[in-house]
Design a protein around this ligand. Structure first.
Ligand code: HEM
Length: 453
């Protein structure tokens, strides 16, 4: 059985300020081990109470049945606002509903087909950039590849384009100033606690938004002139809200582009990097992935073929279960509620944790084992219904989930078709939660061309 790395969990209670320090270093290892079994946990801080809800009826109540009673948290919004503004990722209520009405059609099945050539070209470019292989840090490579996918799908330009690569560099600089970004919202500090953004964070955020504004304004002019390409940006900018007939204003579109870029590239990149690490632990599985890719994709992959990449999809899902890129989702309680007989007051925080659900000992057999075969069993599928939410669930689930489930298996299949991956001695990656679940010192793999002896 292959048991890939899991961060050490805290066994004993620690004083509050010590916990805050641990939390800032890494959320995953700061939390107690009992959360992998608990149905629910209550954390009382001097400032507010936080509930982690693991029991399926509870998380389904929060995300699926009554999402309006558990909106996105103000704390998270404050952390993401410099880059995302009031985008669909952070807004609530009527403003969020309007944004989803405009965005969702761009991610429907038919449009996924339209984005497929962008994914394919980006995957081919990622394969080419691997060259003859060597000892390679794959998080960085996958970040580049996923950014390439997003730029090609949104604006019909590759990441090699001067503007696209300037945006990519600006995002990297931004993350370096604020590695916890969305997790800032989790910090157990009071609402009145000063939350100044560092000057460097505001500077990099301004730079990102200036670059994206230029691209968006240019696209608005191309749409007006009838010369715009048929890509995601054009689709979103020309889709009116069916209720009001209004399209996004340019400033709103800048919020959305920044969100798609950030939410859509870091997540896919992290998932792919962990997937490559997992397959590196299993050479037989890699050979089967390569065979499947040869049989299904051939030399000229078509959109319809992706649904036949069953093994690649199961491997990618298993990676999302073990290393969900967004490990925890935070909501705030807007109305009095009852959780397992306890009354929950407005202002409390609710955390739904794809990380703890994916490894929950009550829901999964061998929860920490890497076992793609489980996705073919009735038991695995039943566990998934209660414990697999890497894209969240309910009306606020990821808009790009369908997109990511084409991109991920395709990229994996094409890489496994051309390369072998092996772990590097002495470099076992340690998962930590930054913006997404990253490895503390990167994910290093020995990469060699598959044809080579
Ligand atoms: C493996 C890849 C991905 C994963 C694991 C992922 C995961 C998630 C999760 C968990 C959420 C909910 C966050 C929360 O409730 O706080 C979310 C929201 C979102 N994601 Fe993704 N995502 C991925 C790829 C993408 C892509 C490719 C796009 C767009 C191109 C995208 C766009 C969005 C947007 C716009 C939202 C906000 C939805 C809303 O609040 O209504 N994501 N994603």
């Amino acid at each position: 059985m292959i048991i890939p790395p899991k961060p050490p969990a805290r066994a004993e209670r620690v004083p509050f300020w010590h916990f805050v320090r641990l939390f800032r270093k890494d959320v995953l290892s700061a939390l107690p081990a009992r959360l992998y079994r608990a149905r629910m946990a209550e954390f009382r801080t001097p400032f507010f109470t936080s509930y982690l809800v693991n029991e399926p009826p509870l998380w389904k109540h929060v995300l699926n049945e009554c999402p309006q009673d558990f909106p996105k948290s103000d704390r998270m919004r404050a952390g993401l606002e410099p880059v995302m503004g009031e985008s669909v990722f952070v807004s609530n209520g009527a403003n969020w509903e309007r944004q989803r009405r405009i965005i969702d059609p761009a991610f429907e099945g038919g449009r996924l087909r339209a984005s497929f050539p962008a994914m394919l070209e980006a995957a081919r470019a990622a394969v080419d950039r691997m060259g003859q292989g060597g000892c390679i840090e794959v998080e960085e490579r996958m970040s580049h590849a996923a950014a390439d996918v997003i730029f090609r799908a949104l604006f019909s330009v590759p990441i090699g384009d001067a503007e696209a690569s300037a945006v990519f560099r600006a995002f990297r600089a931004h993350q370096a100033t604020q590695p916890l970004l969305n997790l800032a919202g989790f910090l157990p500090l009071p609402r009145w606690f000063p939350r100044f953004h560092r000057r460097a964070t505001l500077k990099t955020a301004r730079r990102i938004r200036t670059l994206i504004t230029t691209m968006t304004e240019r696209r608005a002019a191309e749409i007006a002139a009838g010369t715009a390409p048929d890509d995601l940006a054009t689709k979103i900018m020309t889709t009116p809200d069916p209720q009001t007939g209004q399209c996004f204003a340019t400033a709103e579109m800048v919020d959305q582009v920044a969100t798609f870029f950030l939410a859509g590239h870091e997540t896919s990149a992290t998932a792919l990097a962990w997937t490559l690490y997992l397959i590196a632990l299993d050479p037989d599985l890699q050979a089967r992935l390569a065979d499947e890719a040869d049989a299904v994709l051939g030399d000229a992959p078509a959109f319809g073929a992706v649904s036949r990449l069953r093994l690649a999809r199961n491997v990618f899902r298993e990676a999302l279960r073990l290393y969900p890129p967004l490990p925890m989702l935070v909501r705030q309680v807007a109305r009095p509620a009852r959780f397992r007989g306890r009354s929950v007051k407005p202002g409390a925080q609710v955390v739904v944790s794809p990380w703890h659900l994916g490894r929950n000992e009550r829901l999964w057999q061998d929860p920490d084992a890497f076992c793609p075969g489980r996705w073919q069993t009735a038991q695995g599928k039943a566990s998934a219904r209660d414990g697999f939410i890497p894209f969240s669930s309910g009306p606020r689930a990821c808009s790009g989930a369908g997109f990511a489930m084409v991109e991920g298996p395709l990229m994996l299949a094409m890489l496994a078709q051309r390369f072998r991956f092996a772990p590097v001695a002495g470099r076992v990656p340690v998962p930590v939660a930054f913006l997404t679940v990253r490895a503390r010192d990167g994910i290093w793999l020995d990469v060699s061309p598959r044809g080579a002896a």
